[in-house]
Design a protein around this ligand. Structure first.
Ligand SMILES: Cc1cc2nc3c(=O)[nH]c(=O)nc-3n(C[C@H](O)[C@H](O)[C@H](O)COP(=O)(O)OP(=O)(O)OC[C@H]3O[C@@H](n4cnc5c(N)ncnc54)[C@H](O)[C@@H]3O)c2cc1C
Length: 450
């Protein structure tokens, strides 16, 4: 069985490794760098930046608490260097894994010639395979009236340079990426404005968590403008249309974080009669209308998350090789702000408008570990169905990105509140409030008043 995978981002390289583990003959075609958006311009660079900016914010907090007498000025070069080192190590790691699994890696740009043949642009040759997996990802959306330059750019350019003096930074878009970048630049003491066209930021997340998060961001000094549309961007000002007025915000950097679009135009899918809409159309096994051509990750327009791209890769490969696969289970979503927001399954907002769901919620403020680490803001909420089975959860707290996985497991395994209520949590730990949350409906939450 020969499988050609087009695109070597996290979706594509995961598919290549899974396919090789199933003893398929695997060709992976990548036009730039293996690792794609997630590794070079997405998940890893943002989280490396945030790790360092959190460190700096903690140092200021430590000074305020009297633990430090003074703080030295931070070095922005080191933040870039730390990010580059991590990205390089991971890049080398993926290349080593591909080599170790005998994946044939070809650096070239592929397009379809017909349903069973692709063309390689640089090599100017065609290749055939039994099955194809399209994993060409996405590119940042750009506002059509905005001209990109060295002061106005998309998130793709965010990770190459950092300001070394205090700057005015305007972030257009208050989604997950906009909120993370705002946290990062504010923790480095820059003047940050978020401009969000919708009524609220990150509208696909739990609204209570987002309201609290935005409140906290504002407290740190971030200006958050909602129902605000960028009208124009001049050399040094962003002109913003608010509800009843217009405002001008001076900027040194303006970052567009207004979403992404699936990237498939250059594949010439029309030659293979593959159906597309805003992404490449797929079924639950990630199969296109051509049964031997699959599409995974951002290019499908169904996923904008790295771990989902990787999970889709496993399903597609199993469906190709084993002719059967389990469809995708629950997928957690995280915003890596301070505190973090993580969600999985049915949201609190969805539950509110549906009588068959119940929501139980506890604060994290009375928990020992949250107090020790000085992260007292936040809550855990769980959505259950009529059988008290856990169908969704939101965690708004420090390390929510780790804590949420307990709920992914509970949802996938159809566990009830009672099932989890007998679980013993380590003390002190950040996940301890889960115990109170699952016991609350039975009046057995240890830390709630009678
Ligand atoms: C700033 C930022 C932060 C993010 N943070 C997170 C996060 O914390 N967690 C999370 O889950 N997600 C995050 N994401 C989203 C995540 O990066 C993407 O969902 C993920 O990278 C998608 O993987 P993919 O394999 O589908 O596509 P990509 O990573 O985009 O890879 C596609 C690859 O295909 C190649 N390619 C394209 N066309 C061709 C062709 N014709 N021939 C050969 N090669 C081709 C490209 O060069 C690219 O390497 C973030 C995104 C951004 C922008």
């Amino acid at each position: 069985m020969k499988i050609i995978i087009i695109g070597g981002g996290i979706g594509g390289y995961s598919a290549a490794l899974y396919a090789a583990k199933h003893n398929a003959e695997v060709v992976l075609i990548e036009k730039e760098k293996v690792g794609g958006t997630c590794l070079h311009r997405g998940c890893i660079p943002t989280k490396s930046f945030l790790k360092d900016s959190n460190f700096i914010a903690n140092a200021y907090e430590a000074k305020a608490s009297g633990l430090f007498d003074d703080i030295c000025h931070y070095q922005s070069d080191v933040i870039l260097q730390n990010k580059n080192e991590t990205v390089d190590k991971l890049h080398q790691g993926v290349l080593h894994l591909l080599d170790n699994h005998k994946v044939q890696l070809i650096y070239d740009e592929a397009s379809f010639v017909n349903t069973h043949e692709i063309h390689l642009k640089n090599a100017n040759k065609n290749m055939t395979a039994d099955a194809f997996i399209i994993a060409t990802g996405s590119t940042p959306r750009v506002l059509n009236f905005v001209e990109l330059n060295d002061k106005v750019y998309t998130t793709d350019q965010c990770f190459d340079t950092l300001p070394d003096k205090t700057e005015n930074i305007v972030i257009v878009g208050g989604g997950v990426i906009g909120l993370e970048l705002a946290t990062f630049y504010r923790q480095l003491q820059h003047n940050v404005t978020i401009v969000e066209a919708e009524k609220s930021c990150a509208s696909n997340f739990d609204s209570q968590a987002i309201t609290q998060l935005v409140g906290l961001l504002k407290k740190t000094g971030v200006t958050v403008l909602t129902s605000a549309k960028v009208q124009a961007i001049s050399d040094d000002e962003c002109i913003i249309q608010l509800k009843d007025s217009t405002t001008r915000i001076p900027y040194d950097r303006c970052i567009l974080a207004v979403g992404r679009q699936s990237s498939f135009a250059s594949l010439h899918l029309e030659n293979a009669n593959v159906k597309t809409s805003f992404g490449v159309d797929i079924n639950e096994f990630n199969q296109t209308n051509q049964p031997h051509i699959y599409a995974i990750g951002d290019v499908s327009g169904k996923s904008w998350l790295a771990h989902q791209a990787s999970a889709m890769a496993k399903i597609a490969v199993e469906h190709i090789v084993l002719k059967q696969a389990k469809p995708l289970l629950s997928v957690p979503m995280v915003i890596y702000t301070t505190p973090e927001v993580a969600m999985v399954g049915v949201s609190g907002d969805q539950a509110k408008s549906n009588e068959q769901y119940n929501v139980v919620k506890v604060p994290v403020s009375n928990n020992g570990m949250h107090m020790i680490t000085n992260h007292k803001r936040g809550f855990i909420s769980i959505v259950t169905d009529q059988d008290e089975r856990i169908v969704g959860a939101t965690v708004f707290s420090k390390s929510a990105s780790e804590i949420i996985h307990i709920f992914s497991l509970a949802i996938d395994q159809k566990l009830s509140l009672k099932d989890v209520s007998s679980m013993v949590f380590a003390h002190p730990s950040l996940s301890e409030p889960i115990h109170d949350c699952v016991n609350e409906p039975f009046s057995m939450a240890l830390h709630s008043l009678k």
